[in-house]
Design a protein around this ligand. Structure first.
Ligand code: SF4
Ligand code: SF4
Length: 65
């Protein structure tokens, strides 16, 4: 169960969608993206690439470096 969430600051650029290694970022109708917490593994890649810093979440203990 992942803790990452996309906040209102999201500009729907899609970078999180393309970088997520497990496909946890899903497209939302009519526009934008959501993170499926059942799939997210808290790797933090989406948060690292998000231009406006729109993603919040707690990193896993395995990815603190
Ligand atoms: S934290 Fe990792 S697994 Fe979770 S949505 Fe972001 S890129 Fe995908
Ligand atoms: S990378 Fe950030 S701004 Fe771009 S779609 Fe994902 S949450 Fe939104």
């Amino acid at each position: 169960m992942g803790s990452h969430q996309i906040t209102m600051a999201c500009t729907a650029c899609g970078q999180c969608f393309f970088i997520c290694p497990v496909g946890a970022v899903v497209e939302r109708e009519p526009a934008g993206y959501d993170i499926d917490s059942d799939v997210c593994i808290d790797c933090g890649h989406c948060r690292a690439v998000c231009p406006p810093g729109a993603i919040e979440g707690v990193l896993s203990p395995f990815d603190q470096s």
